[in-house]
Design a protein around this ligand. Structure first.
Ligand code: AMP
Ligand code: GLY
Length: 421
């Protein structure tokens, strides 16, 4: 099978690493990929949002399966475009991808199907948002409705900060048109879990659980990022809790999407807050999480290509997926300053040495090849991931690998997975 994988982050390196283990993989192209994905296939210089260019390339290269990693091309209808060209594609349709691409749409689906989530209001005028926030004296969460690279959410303990956030999003337009609509919702308290499932339109297969670390600072302080680390499994999600999540959240979402004439196929990722009142949806994503994918795929034993094809063919109910019982921990190394401004082009050393450690894989995210060297080229640079007999063991191995790698300004949180210890 000839596969085109779309994307260039740590998630895509993990997907390429896993797909390369498939006996049925004949050729892997990655567009645009990164120096990590280049170890497993051929990087093709086409932007992940250039849907037309991607489809044209796939036709010319006789690609028979396209796998879309990130949300932007999915929301732009990449899967529809591949299918229109007769190429099987993994992921939801553009309309179904609005579950992530438009948080107002997601709230509507949740409301219509009684899916537990935070109380919210939707605004298209800053003045309305401002008077609503000002009328409240509790903490609020202000969210740009559109796609903002995981940075569009502001958790504000003071209403005045909430007004400032709404102003930045709606008036200063820091996320462009993604902020034309804003959701203001109640702040939920609890621990978070990432629930990722394969969905083929009807059947749901829930993967092993994981937990992300969104804020940049240790102890979950500072602004939100795309994710500073993750571990799997998340012991806080008991079997009983998982049953409840499947019954109250995943099944009604898949059913609701069918009723809405936007049937759902691909990865359904529910970001969940485990509140005292039960699990509540924080957000839906329509793709693998980054960095959750790194530890999850390290633990997956089955052939990912088989599973993805079964999703596309509506045969998910017929297959079994095997998992390594050992936990995995991923620590993200980022450029100093991220998620704000940061410098690029810093030479990374120690990658080979770290990669030689057993049960460790260093997934590239924001890296670039410059001559014979690998340099930084993004905010999240590497996802250093390790399997261990226990979470503590996996954590120790991941940080051992982190400590062999260096680049100017390198930053990582030192408390990844501590919540599970
Ligand atoms: P989202 O992209 O909607 O998942 O939001 C990013 C992060 O913001 C989440 O992972 C939470 O840490 C936080 N967050 C979002 N919504 C809420 C909420 N209603 N209450 C508390 N924290 C939230
Ligand atoms: N790690 C969170 C996300 O992928 O959106």
């Amino acid at each position: 099978m000839k596969v085109l994988l779309v994307g260039s982050g740590g998630r895509e390196h993990a997907l390429a690493w896993k797909l390369a283990q498939s006996k049925r993989l004949e050729k892997l192209y990655i567009a645009p990929g990164n120096p990590g994905t280049a170890q497993f296939g051929e990087n093709v210089d086409i932007k992940d949002t250039d849907v037309e260019g991607l489809v044209k390339f796939a036709k010319g290269a006789d690609v028979n399966f396209a796998i879309i990693g990130p949300e932007d091309p999915l929301a732009a209808g990449a899967v529809d475009a591949f299918e229109a060209a007769g190429i099987k594609a993994f992921g939801p349709s553009g309309k179904a991808a609005q579950l992530e691409g438009d948080k107002a749409f997601a709230k509507q689906i949740m409301r219509a199907n009684s899916i537990p989530t935070a109380e919210s209001r939707t605004f298209t005028s800053f003045d309305d948002a401002k008077s609503y926030i000002a009328s409240r004296d509790e903490a609020v969460v202000v969210k740009a409705a559109g796609l903002a690279k995981g940075k569009g959410v502001f958790v504000c303990d003071e209403p005045s900060d909430g007004i400032l956030a709404a102003e930045q999003i709606m008036v200063d337009r820091i996320f462009g048109e993604a902020g034309d609509t804003v959701i203001v919702e109640d702040k939920l308290l609890g621990q978070e879990a990432s629930i990722l499932a394969f969905v083929d339109g009807r059947s749901i297969y829930v993967m092993e659980t994981s937990q992300d670390h969104k804020p940049v600072g240790e102890g979950d302080t500072g602004p939100n990022t795309g994710g500073m680390g993750a571990y799997s499994p998340a012991p806080i999600v008991s079997d009983k809790l998982m049953d409840q999540i499947v019954k109250e959240i995943l099944i009604p979402t898949v059913d609701g999407m069918n009723r809405n004439d936007t049937p759902y196929r691909g990865i359904l990722y529910a970001g969940i807050m485990l509140t005292q009142g039960g699990p509540r949806v924080l957000e839906f994503n329509v793709r693998f999480g980054d960095p959750e994918t790194q530890p999850i795929l390290m633990r997956m034993k089955s052939d990912l290509l088989d599973v993805m094809e079964a999703v596309c063919d509506g045969r998910l109910g017929d297959i079994a997926i095997e998992w390594d019982s050992r936990p995995a921990v991923c620590v993200v190394m980022s450029s100093g300053g991220y998620p704000g401004d940061y410098e690029k082009g810093k030479v990374i050393s120690g990658l080979d040495e770290a990669g030689k450690l057993s049960d460790v894989v260093v997934f590239h995210a924001g890296t670039a090849q410059k001559g014979t060297e690998i340099v930084t080229s993004g905010g999240r640079v590497l996802g250093v991931t390790a399997l261990g007999d226990t979470i503590a063991d996996a954590k120790a191995k991941a940080y051992q690998a982190v400590d062999t790698i260096s680049f100017e300004g390198a930053y990582c949180r030192r408390d990844i997975a501590d919540k599970a210890l």
